[in-house]
Write a protein that binds this ligand. Sequence first.
Ligand code: GAF
Length: 392
Amino acid sequence: MFEINPNLSDIVSDAAAGLREHLSAEPTITAAAPGRVNLIGEHIDYCDGFVLPFAIDRYIVIAGCANGTQQVRVGTSFNSEIVVFDIEHPQTPGDPKWANYLRGVIRGFQDRGHHIPGFDAYIVSSVPGGAGLSSSAALECATATFLEGLLDTVLQTREKALLCQQAEHDFAHVPCGIMDQFASAFGQANQLVLIDCQSGEPELVPFESPDLTVLISNTMVHHELSDGGYALRRKHTEDGLAIIGKSSWRDVTEADISAHWEALGEPINRRCRHVVGEIARTVDASEALKANDFEKLGPLMAASHDSLRDDFEVSCTELDLMVEAARKIGRAGGVIGARMTGGGFGGSTVTLCESNKAAEIAAAMADDYKKATGITPQIFASRPSRGAHLVD
Ligand code: GAF
């Protein structure tokens, strides 16, 4: 058996109840934004690559209202304190850390000339934190959508996602690519979001067969992108591209990497091999998906994981064990493909499998993983869901 996703309407009710209880206010605006899972295309959104995520049916919800002051007062279900900050001047990063996602997005609106009135808000999340499922992008996109409601304005979806990415860069100090915020902002029910990260254009790819299930397996090993490993990988790819002497990864071939192998040196040469291989795998995987060719997709997901483990070195023992648990079940047992998902260094894996065997697969994976690590994982199924929106 796997965990059932909480209904969005229940999270909305909880956020309204939290606002009433902790801030004695009545919600006039409620915004919801989802986390994401990525099927393939990892660590290449900042390399002009392609990525294939979807918005999951796990949301961050913000319920609130203008409070007639120059202050923001915000409470959350994941932290007991009410955070208060002035909003009169442009926001700068501060404490607590989680509130920087809000402050960074507020700053993005302020930089675009908006005067933000003071407001009270309460935040409830069903996106597991630190699980590599983009709870931070969900918080940013929910905040941006809430501010659209508060200001009675609508940003273009692309601009909203880029504003949220800027907040992550400047206020959380993570030099992330565009995947997470694009998935949370552009997500649609039953659609994958294939993003061309060079043009910044998302393409929706239908994913609606009830015969397919995506299992998300949280290793419960906390993933943290702000501790330097992510930024270092990004720097390796930038240094590698400069040594190869091309202006975009789109123009780099495997032959270029081989020709510069010595000059690139360890580990940059292997980082580069990952980037070129993963771009090609993601293009092939999206074609395979469009053609319903799942026998082709599985090996591509496997190769993606192996490359992230061996060449890009962003996996960890627990992620490898979880992927191994799915591999052991194999195609005959209903598993189509499995790999780590998101930034890595902990977090979750994604397993594409046959729906009629999904519960059995989840149980076997949980069992296997628990035996190997002593940790009880959190496993749930997810379907592509609606991106950031105001809730009526
Ligand atoms: C994190 C980042 F935020 C994304 O931009 C992306 O690079 C991902 O790691 C790895 O594919 O989620």
